[in-house]
Design a protein around this ligand. Structure first.
Ligand SMILES: [Zn+2]
Length: 489
């Protein structure tokens, strides 16, 4: 093993002795500050426990641009069933297995502990020629981007930031999507279910689902949209009234299951059965495990929306966009703007059993928008708000997190591509991802910040199978050393 790789992995092993589960970063942030002081470096901690370590330039390069090395100090703590590992005190084992480093039945924490190890060595290794360095280590990237969100503008001097949190060596990430959630609240006054109405239960389930950012361009079904089409067909063929609806699980997951109960004054078995077959023939190729069950049920429900409110709600569901709204103009095959029609659920304030006669009920629809272009993010959120406005429903959009708009022509991006090609004799892949990253937030607080993200290869992060490809650690080291040297020219 190369000497520098060995030194990085030794540091990583030290880091892995310190507990650092997301939202429990007291110990690791104190460790980082102590480590800096032990090595004669200035270190500061903010109220959130983000850490900033400053390393002076190699003598003679004090006037060169300050470079920020950034990574997150927290890690996802997952272990295999039966493991007695206690993440609040037990060190994480580092096991070398050929070219791979792995843990013993737990996440390894290379995401993103390897960024800490590489940065600490860069700041202290006498062989590295570098401009002034700022090492920024953030808390709680994994469960809320909290460290980046609470970062004080003006804390950093540097205007060039290298984020070490991309999990494929040879990939440069130069942009990410911003995101927001828009909620629609549809209110209704419940009516009694007529005793002689037919009642149907609809269950759409077994869909593939997936992450609403990185999987949004795949040809997959959305159980809420399928339920909307069946309800729409019902309402066109009979006086249909919604009794119950619940679909989807989280704002960032493509919905896999939706349950609906509705009543009708006519038998709808054959008309809905026919639509069911059409939907299966449309998307069955992409959703082989999808099931659409439409079953007559016993009429023992207490209350429902009236037919007019049902039609309005179904219209909102039918109008709701889902999927990619615009593709990137810079990067082929990358979604630029999208929406996930994420969840729909009935709110029953009186009790779990349902509303009282004089109460107002509501149905809440949550959707999640993403775009790497801020003005497009405004557009798609407002488009969804407009659906609510047109149907008299209440709506609100969260502040969300900002996008990191890619700049293919940035000097940092060009420099990185040139150095990579010279060093390894191959083209790196330059990517923008359709999900949130710390860089988006850090960039929004530091006007004019040039940023890029890269890192060694990590497989299966966030699982007990997480492993780090050791030879790529050396490649990231060699590349970063060259880049820092180049900024000393
Ligand atoms: Zn990470």
């Amino acid at each position: 093993m190369n000497k520098k790789t060995e030194a990085i992995l030794n540091l990583f092993e030290e880091i892995n002795k310190v507990p650092r589960q997301s939202k429990h970063e007291e110990k690791i942030s104190a460790w980082l500050v102590d480590w800096a002081k032990d090595h004669g470096l200035e270190a500061e901690r903010d109220e959130s426990m983000n850490v900033l370590i400053k390393a002076p330039a190699t003598p003679g390069y004090e006037d060169k641009p300050v470079i920020v090395m950034q990574g997150h100090m927290d890690m996802v703590c997952e272990k295999i069933a039966g493991s007695s590992h206690d993440f609040s005190k037990d060190p994480i084992k580092c096991i070398v297995d050929g070219d791979w480093l792995k843990a013993d039945g737990t996440t390894l924490g290379a995401d993103d502990g390897i960024a800490l190890a590489i940065s600490l060595l860069l700041a202290t290794d006498k062989d590295v020629v570098h401009p002034p360095l700022e090492l920024l280590f953030t808390i709680d990237e994994e469960t809320g981007l909290t460290g980046a969100n609470t970062l004080k503008p003006g804390w950093l001097d540097g205007k060039i930031l290298l984020n070490i949190d991309t999990e494929d060596e040879g990939v440069f990430t130069i942009g990410c999507a911003g995101g927001r959630d828009t909620k629609i609240e549809f209110e209704y006054t419940p009516v009694e279910v007529p005793a002689d109405d037919k009642v149907y239960e609809l269950r759409v389930w077994g869909l593939a689902g997936g992450h609403s950012g990185v999987d949004i361009n795949l040809p997959r079904g959305n159980s809420n949209m399928i339920a909307a089409r069946i309800l729409d067909e019902a309402a066109r063929n009979a006086e249909t009234k919604l009794v119950f609806i619940e679909g989807g699980s989280a704002h960032n997951a493509i919905p896999r299951e939706t349950k609906v109960v509705f009543s009708a004054d006519k038998d709808l078995t054959s008309v809905l059965g026919a639509l069911r077959e059409k939907i299966i023939s449309e998307i069955g190729y992409a959703e082989p495990n999808m099931k659409i069950d439409i079953t007559p049920a016993v009429n023992n429900y207490r209350n429902e929306l009236n037919a007019k409110d049902t039609k309005k709600l179904v219209a909102i569901m039918m109008a709701m966009p889902h999927g990619v709204a615009a593709m990137s103009k810079d990067i082929e095959g990358l979604p630029e703007t999208s929406n996930n029609f994420a969840t729909i659920k009935m709110v029953m304030p009186a009790s779990k059993g349902g509303l009282l006669r004089n109460e107002t009920g509501s149905v809440s629809i949550l959707s999640s928008q993403r775009s790497s272009v801020e003005s497009r993010l405004d557009w798609i959120s407002r488009k969804i708000e407009a659906i609510a406005v047109a149907s008299g429903a209440k709506t609100s959009t969260s502040d969300g997190y900002p996008s990191w708009e890619p700049n293919m022509e940035s000097p940092l991006n060009r420099k990185c591509v040139d150095i990579y090609k010279k060093l390894f004799g191959k083209e790196p892949r330059v990517e923008v991802i359709h999900a949130g990253l710390e860089c988006g937030i850090i960039g929004s607080k530091n006007e004019g910040m040039e940023m890029i993200s890269f890192g060694p290869t990590i497989k299966n992060p966030h699982t007990p199978d997480e492993r780090l490809e050791i030879p790529t650690v050396q490649m990231v080291w060699d590349f970063t050393v060259e880049l820092l040297k180049d900024y000393c020219k």
